[in-house]
Design a binder for this molecule. Structure first.
Ligand code: SF4
Ligand code: SF4
Length: 264
């Protein structure tokens, strides 16, 4: 049985203070949540004083610097460092975002870094995403068709593609599944066992709006449920948090409108 830490429920104690600034004149303190399943210690926050001249401008640059030069035990996810893969989502200064696109200069004082809220923690800044990925699988996020496959690909007009992609590139297909929105949603915090949450629902909407998909009715049937969809109370934290500027709350509202339309 895997051990997990729940940061929001734990008494997080101050941990180590590590001065790795080498007497630099441009310094900043990074306070970082630490917890490991490999020992019996409670979660703590370690503070690292860093010289900003030692690395690049983003929070992820600081984390990589700590990992490579100060403390190799610090654990976090990252991959593309271009705001595309969604791996380095975490809570910085009280707001969810991508460490690779979050500028250190946005923080006047120190930078407090925690894992995505209300998720079990595998280690340090790495949340356990098993449940939310199972929810994603439940909406069958792939093109479903009954008609015979054409000789070449299933074509779509530019106007139809715009519905998914958004004319400004911020349509539901632009979601990178970073889960910043779901883990900022109070309703998902309390009902995450049954409410699908904004990240999974914007993915559901992406396939509902795909004119090549032939399973819209089936997809709406699956969502017609007091919890899966209707636990969204339009609090809008999701849209306010999305680091890609997408609007999952609107996607959810559009699904609700489709539900009403088919009842009429
Ligand atoms: S609008 Fe809905 S999904 Fe978004 S934060 Fe609010 S309750 Fe959650
Ligand atoms: S809607 Fe935005 S915040 Fe939510 S998973 Fe997609 S990219 Fe991340």
């Amino acid at each position: 049985m895997a051990q997990f830490s729940l940061p929001q429920n734990s008494k997080i104690k101050p941990g180590r203070l590590v001065d790795a600034s080498h007497g630099g004149s441009r310094t900043k303190t990074f306070k970082i949540y630490r917890w490991s399943p490999d020992d019996t210690e409670n979660p703590r926050t370690d503070e690292y004083i860093l010289n900003l001249d030692d690395f690049g401008p983003m929070v992820l640059d600081a984390l990589i610097h700590i990992k490579n030069h100060v403390d190799p035990t610090l654990t976090f996810r990252r991959s593309c460092r271009e705001g595309i893969c969604g791996s380095c989502s975490m809570n910085m200064g009280g707001t969810n975002g991508l460490a690779c696109t979050k500028a250190i200069e946005d923080f006047d004082k120190g930078v407090n870094i925690y894992p995505l809220p209300h998720m079990p923690v595998v280690k340090d800044l790495v949340p356990d995403l098993s449940h939310i990925y199972a929810q994603l699988t439940s909406i069958e996020p792939w093109l479903k068709t009954d008609s015979p496959a054409p000789e070449r690909e299933r074509l779509q007009t530019a106007a139809d593609a715009d519905i998914m992609n958004g004319e400004d590139g911020r349509g539901p297909a632009a979601c990178i599944l970073c889960f910043c929105c779901s883990t900022a949603c109070p309703s998902y915090w309390w009902n995450g066992d049954r409410f699908l949450g904004p990240a999974v629902l914007i993915q559901a909407y992406r396939f509902i709006t795909d004119t090549r998909d032939e399973a819209t009715g089936e997809r709406l049937d699956m969502l017609e449920d007091p919890f899966r969809l209707y636990r969204c109370h339009t609090i809008m934290n999701c849209t306010n948090t999305c680091p890609k500027g997408l609007n999952p709350a609107k996607a959810i509202a559009e699904i609700k409108k489709l539900m009403l339309a088919r009842q009429a």
